[in-house]
Design a protein around this ligand. Sequence first.
Ligand SMILES: Cc1cc2nc3c(=O)[nH]c(=O)nc-3n(C[C@H](O)[C@H](O)[C@H](O)COP(=O)(O)OP(=O)(O)OC[C@H]3O[C@@H](n4cnc5c(N)ncnc54)[C@H](O)[C@@H]3O)c2cc1C
Length: 393
Amino acid sequence: MPVRATKRGDARTPLSGEYDVIVCGASFAGLAVARELSGSGARVLLLDRYEIGEKQTSACAAPTEFLENLGVAGAIRQTFSDLVIHRRQAHGGRETMKTYRWHLPWTFSTFDYREICALLKEQSPDVPFETAKVEGRTGETIRTDRGDLTAPLIVDGLGWPRYLSESGQRVTPPNARVSRGLEVHPDGSDSDLELWLDPKYVRAGYSWNFPAGDELRVGVGSFDPHDHVKRPTQELAADLGLPAERWQGNWIPHKMRKPTDGIVFFVGDSAGHCFPTTAEGIRPALYFGLACGRELRKVVEGRQTRAQALDRYAAFCDEHLYAFRWLLRVQNMVGRLNRYPAMDTALDIMDRQSFVTWSFNHYLNITPPDYVLDGPHGDRFRTPLAAPVAVAA
Ligand SMILES: Cc1cc2nc3c(=O)[nH]c(=O)nc-3n(C[C@H](O)[C@H](O)[C@H](O)COP(=O)(O)OP(=O)(O)OC[C@H]3O[C@@H](n4cnc5c(N)ncnc54)[C@H](O)[C@@H]3O)c2cc1C
C-alpha cells in the first residue's frame, strides 16, 4: 500500500523555469504523454503533487495486451480470461443469486500501481520530474506551490477536476457528469474477476472483487454521484468475509469533455476519457496520452504548429465520441433496469459466447492495443507475458 514519499519542508525548494512542454499530473495520462516526448530533445517537465506511483487511484485492471504493448507487463499481478457476474434475482417473492461466467476473447490483468508508474517513467529517462502542487494557470504560466513555470505547450493530466480549464469548465461533483467509486484492499487471494449487479449494494451501478496476487480490491461504483458508496462497500466486504481496510476512492467522469481549452491539452480523466458503463479509465488515459504526446512531439520537432496540434488532438478525440456515447447509453440503461427483472432478461440474452466475443472485441477496439506500437518507440518496449499465465490458487 502507498507510503507517503512526497518531499516536505526544506526539501520543497523553489521551482521556476521555462520549458517547451509542462505535463501536469504523473499518473497514467501524464506518464503516457511524457513517454511519447522522450528522445525528442525538447525541454519537458513532469509535475505531480505526489511522488510517482505514491497514491493509487484505482483497482488497476486493464486489458493484458495493452499493458504488454506498452512494456509494463512486469507490473502485472494476475491475469483473467473469464468475467464472473453475480445477479440477485427476485421471482415470486423469493430471492436467488444467479452467476454468469463469460469467457472473454482477450484477457484482463490486475497490476501494481507503483510498479506500473515506475516502469512507465523508465521509458522517459530524459524527462525530469518534480513534486509540486499545481494551483492554476495564467496563459502559458503554471502556478505551483513551489513557484511559477512557463511553457507554450501545457498538458492537464491532473484527473477529473480539470484544474487548468480557462472557460469555467471545472468539474464540481456531485452536480456533474461523474460516477463515484470506492474500494478496500484487504490481503487475500482469489481466482476470479467478479462483478455484482446487485441492487442490494448499489441502485444504479455495480460492485466488484478484483484479485491482484496477494491482495483483493473490493468496491462499489455508483453511476449516480448522489448515492453514497461507503456503507455498501463495507457490506460487500463483510459478505465476502473480508476486513474493510485500506480504502481508496474517487469521482469517475462518465462523459467526454472538450479535449482542449485555450492552449491546454486535456488527457485522461480531465477530458472525461473514461469509458461509461465499465468505468475503465486507465486504458483510455494511456491511449489518449500517447495520442497527445505524438501531436506535441511534432510541434517540438518543428513539424506542426501548436494550433495544428490542438486541432488534430481534438479531432482524434472526437473520432471516439460515438463509442463513448454508446457506452453512456448502456450505462443509463443498466442504471435504470438494475432494480427490475428486465435486467435478469437482458443478462440472459447476453449470456451467449457469440455475443460475449462480439461485444468484448468491439469494446477492446475502441482504443486498440496495436495503437501503442504506432508511436515513435514502435515495439521497443513491448513485453509479452510468458505463457502460461499465472493465477493465484
Ligand atoms: C475505486 C476506483 C476503481 C477504479 N478501477 C479501475 C480499474 O480497475 N481499471 C480502470 O481502467 N480504471 C479504473 N478506475 C478509473 C481510473 O482510476 C481513472 O480513470 C484513471 O486513474 C485516470 O487516469 P489519469 O491519469 O487521467 O488521472 P489520475 O490517475 O487521477 O491521476 C491524476 C494525477 O494528478 C495528480 N494531481 C491531482 N491534482 C494535482 C494538483 N493540484 N497538483 C499536482 N498534481 C495533482 C494526482 O496526484 C495524480 O497522480 C477506477 C476508479 C476508481 C475511483
